[in-house]
Design a protein. Structure first.
Length: 170
């Protein structure tokens, strides 16, 4: 059973609890998609860090932005990362997974997203924008599942194996 974001962070104690630190970025085609999802996340108890673009007419290099997001997650400056893209979803997922302590997944379906959080504590999600600019309810649901699903301690062996694999020099 997926938990609600409000179940994970006690929003009644906003003065005593810190918000989840979430980084978000999009490609130029997904600018309005990012803005709508950002508004949704602002209504949740998150501290949102918008990595861009800041204007529709100023798209950023998504690979460089993915690098910045991966670095921020690796260094613990952010707890979660969200990439909203029309194209290059697989490439951005691979780039993010090159960083130590980053476990990025592609939002293929709700069950996969929840499983990725439960089993290996995924901390970055790449969501494909399928031409959405106004109705972001499905993506908001995917992101809520991602942020609201807890890591299951009984899966610690999978998480530990991933962590050990990151330290192997090939």
């Amino acid at each position: 059973m997926a938990m609600q974001l409000k179940d994970w962070v006690d929003t009644s104690l906003k003065g005593g609890k810190k918000a989840l630190k979430v980084g978000i970025f999009s490609d130029g085609e997904s600018f309005f998609f990012k803005e709508k999802v950002g508004i949704y996340l602002d209504t949740q108890w998150t501290s949102l860090y918008d990595l861009g673009p800041s204007r529709i007419d100023r798209p950023k290099d998504i690979f460089k932005t993915a690098y910045k997001l991966g670095k921020a997650l690796e260094e613990g400056k952010l707890e979660f990362g969200i990439a909203l893209l029309a194209e290059n979803c697989a490439a951005v997922t691979v780039i993010l997974n090159k960083f130590k302590n980053v476990r990025a997944v592609f939002a293929s379906d709700e069950e996969y997203i929840a499983d990725a959080r439960r089993k290996f504590d995924a901390n970055a999600i790449v969501v494909k924008n399928k031409g959405v600019t106004i109705d972001t309810k499905n993506s908001e649901k995917e992101i809520s599942i991602f942020l609201g699903t807890r890591f299951e301690e009984e899966s610690r062996h999978i998480f530990d194996f991933i962590s050990k694999t990151e330290n192997i020099n090939v």
